[in-house]
Design a protein around this ligand. Sequence first.
Ligand code: 8GT
Length: 133
Amino acid sequence: MLRVTCAIIQYKDKVLVAQRSQNMLLPLKWEFPGGKVEKGELDEDCIVREIKEELDLDIIIKSRLTSVVHHYDSFSLELIPFICLTDTPVFQRREHAQILWVEPTELRKYDWAAADIPIVEEYLKLVNDRIEE
Ligand SMILES: Nc1nc2c([nH]c(=O)n2[C@@H]2O[C@H](COP(=O)(O)OP(=O)(O)OP(=O)(O)O)[C@@H](O)[C@H]2O)c(=O)[nH]1
């Protein structure tokens, strides 16, 4: 099965969300940036590489969330999410239609790729648990 990593990148109180471009698979759906794990590559190395390639952003990995197996009509994937940190909000937009820093409370507004929905929910639960502590 296709292994894909994605990053919930945090900067201060915001997280980065990206809209796939019209000519990508799942056009105009929102996702967390990332990409396919290469042969022999560690998931952790993949996400750091993809974020550097797609956004020219340096990240450090904070934690890993639960992987999601999802079956789209034309392919299946395992999506492996990481919570990551960066120390600058400045990124390059190289592949996506839009990339935005948003408040976690806004995350549910976006038209997510279906595989990302459980990841958004797990992340929101973590953020909310932290606020209630
Ligand atoms: N990056 C990313 N891909 C996702 C997410 N959710 C999701 O279903 N996908 C799907 O996972 C697949 C691989 O993602 P990708 O196109 O970013 O991978 P990549 O950069 O390595 O592709 P490339 O072969 O064009 O270089 C895509 O079909 C995409 O639709 C997500 O949150 N982030």
